[in-house]
Structures are given as structure tokens and as C-alpha cells.
Design a protein around this ligand. Sequence first.
Ligand code: NAP
Length: 284
Amino acid sequence: MRPKALDGRALAASLLGLAHRTARRARRRLGRAPRLAVVAASGGDAESYLKAKRRACEKAGVELIVHRLSPGPRAKTVGLLAELAGDAGVDAVMVETPLPRGLHAADVAVAVPEAKDAEGVTPGRYGRLFLSKTWAEAHELVAPCTASALARLAQHAGAKPGWNALVIGRSATVGRPAAHMLSTMDLTVTVAHRRTRRLPELCRRADLLVVAAGKAGLVKPSWLKKGAVLLDAGIHARGKRIVGDADPACAGRAKWYTPVPGGVGPVTTAVAVLQAARLALARK
Ligand code: NAP
């Protein structure tokens, strides 16, 4: 068995093709290109995400408007979100992580209207995702982008009903929705967190291992079942290199694995742009 890298860039390109077709239909209806507003903290990690988003929007024919926020009172950020909510020229809104200082995920969920929620974090959209039982119901919903990217990559890697999946991480926007989406694909899903005992043993039982822990190199090669699928959401800058949450040597034991960079990241960006185009097309 030779391990194969899951080409996130190729899957992203096909999602952006779909986004392009959706954006073209939206443009015909609106008389202008779909418009995605992204709010991001100034400086820091957000810069590389924004660069990727800019390129993806260009490919899809979606106009990107970026609002950079220097550290300031939370009310200012919430006020900006309220302005974007009321701006008829904006079809979709996202807040880039890491969130601007002082802003909480719950603020975003409340300040952004459901109709413009490109990340699936408003109560209505999030609830709809968790009410879905099958992949047929779940896959076209506007959902948290990284979770959706992980589910799409699992499908791409040939994940089968009945497989044991382990998701390390239970955040509201990555681990938990990814686990739910995998369960809609009829995988048997376990969710691990910091208090989980015997994590290596649980990993060794997993046919599909999703790592979204935010801890570089957490998963060791000896933890991985031979021939498993490994999806690594982690992104950590180490000098000029970017590493994931799994030790890079894990790839040698996997049947399929997501490279870092070039795996989950580009698919996440493409999902975000596709969801923005869909919101523009759905404008009343
Ligand atoms: P987060 O909110 O910090 O959540 C991390 C989760 O991992 C928590 O549930 C935490 O458990 C768990 N965890 C941390 N250390 C652990 C350990 N040693 N053993 C078991 N579980 C552990 O992070 P996030 O926002 O979900 O992001 C997760 C990763 O995905 C990060 O590396 C982030 O950079 C990356 N990410 C990538 C993309 C992309 O586009 N590729 C997008 C978003 C995020 P507790 O709940 O017990 O604290």
C-alpha cells in the first residue's frame, strides 16, 4: 500500500467551478457580482487566509470586500457587523479566525443575519445542520466551512458506512459539526477532547481519523491504524514551514492523508466562497 495524498487543491478547484456557475446565475439575477464581506483582525494569522480567499473569490467571480480591524472596543466590531447586516449591497458575511480581539463566536452568530451567514454559525443554519440525518440532506446546507471541507474530503477518500471515525476536537465550528456530518454519512463517530483517556488506543481503532485539536504534531505514527484515512485540519507556522496536528510521518501509515499545507485549507476556502455564491443566488 502506497499512501496517497488527498489533493485538496483539486477538490477546491472543482468546488470553485461550482461556485463560478452559481455566481454567474446570481449575477444575472442581481445585475452585479455576488459580494462577500470578510471581517478580520489586522495583522497576524488572518493575512494568509485572506490571501487565499482573495484568489478563490477571483476564480469564482465573487467580489470580496475586506474589513480589517485593529484592536478596539468590541462594540465597534459588533457595530460593523450590524452595518454589513443592513447593507443591501452585501450578500454574505464572514468573520475570519482568529476572531478580532474581544469578539466571541456568539456575537457573530447573533449579529450576522441568517440570510448572509456564509459560515453556517447562526442559530437557524447551525440548527438545520444538526437536524439533518442523512448526507443527502446535509451536504448542500450552508455549514461551518472547515467541517464541511472535512466531510467532503472523507467522501473523496471513499469513507464507507459503518467505518469507525474518530474526531479529535469538539469546537463548535470544526470538530462538532464535522463529527455530525460524518455521522450523516453513516460512519460510527467518536469525539475526543482534552479529557479523553487512552487517545492513542482510540486512534488505532479508527478507519478515519480527523484531527482538529490545534496542537502541532499531537498524533504520532504509532497511533494510526495501518491503511486508515487521516484528515488533518491543523495549521501551525513553524518558521517558514506550515505543519498540522499530526506528525508528518503519520502519512506513511495512511491509505489517504491530507497534506499540510494543500489539504483541508484550500477546500475550506472553496466551501466558503461556494456558500457565499449560494447566499447571493438565494437573495429575495
Ligand atoms: P479549538 O477551538 O481550540 O478546539 C480544539 C479542540 O481540540 C478542543 O475541543 C480541545 O479539547 C481539543 N484538544 C486540544 N488539545 C487536545 C489534546 N491534547 N487531546 C485531545 N483533544 C485536544 O480549535 P478549532 O478552531 O476547532 O481548530 C482546530 C484546528 O483546526 C486548529 O489547528 C486550527 O488552526 C485548525 N483550523 C484549520 C482551518 C483550515 O482551514 N484548515 C480552519 C479552522 C481551524 P477541549 O474541548 O477539551 O478543550
